[in-house]
Design a protein around this ligand. Sequence first.
Ligand SMILES: [Zn+2]
Length: 263
Amino acid sequence: MPEGDTVFLAATRMRTALAGQTLTRTEFRVPRFATADLSGQVVEDVVSRGKHLLVRIGGGVTLHTHFKMEGAWHLYRPGARWRGPGWQVRVLLETAPWTAVGFRLAVAELIDTAREGDVLAHLGPDPLAADWNPAEALRRLVSRPDRPIAEALLDQRVMAGPGNVWKCELCFLRGVDPWTPVGRVPQPEKLVDLVQRLFDANRATGSHITTGDARPGRTHWVYGRGGAPCLRCGTRIAVRAPRDPERVTYWCPRCQPPPGDRS
Ligand SMILES: [Zn+2]
């Protein structure tokens, strides 16, 4: 499941492969842009903002994509076999050395580069951006004190990037019950600081390791470990699965007591 650091890493790889290259063929398999052809234009830059990935192309055009649950960009050498079915392809950007193939992208649209700010205006500070502003992230986080912390952490208007893995792991690492109202979370500034540190630690791998242990089954404290013993206290990890699989919550009832039980 893509999180902000995954998209950041994808943008880094795409930039390395494509920036400065001339597009030799493009395909946009979305109805609105099916006839667009950007071949002959140069890829100027590839950047991420939260979970949004922007490919800036010559002529003042930006390809704006969003991964949502299932999206991914793959890079292939010419003639290499794709690791995904053709019917899931939304965008294809071909250059001489590399072909970038966007699979299952929830959003794929061409916009004026000058209008990038409009599509990203709602986003909160990005922990991986050069202009990361923790004070502003904290202000946005605590602005709705009655909201459960787990919900606030997924709100991209608070911080651009965290997804469900980080939501679960952040609550565990801060010892906070995921349904604690934001206003009762102790030292929320430390939570904001932790978001930035975790993102930074994973910016080169996108592997979301929060335990410091890369062995299978040991990479996360609680995420994906429902029913398994807590790595810290041995209590069974609890799961609450709403209809939206992007919001399933894992937590340790002992390490993360409800606010009233805090001693
Ligand atoms: Zn525990």
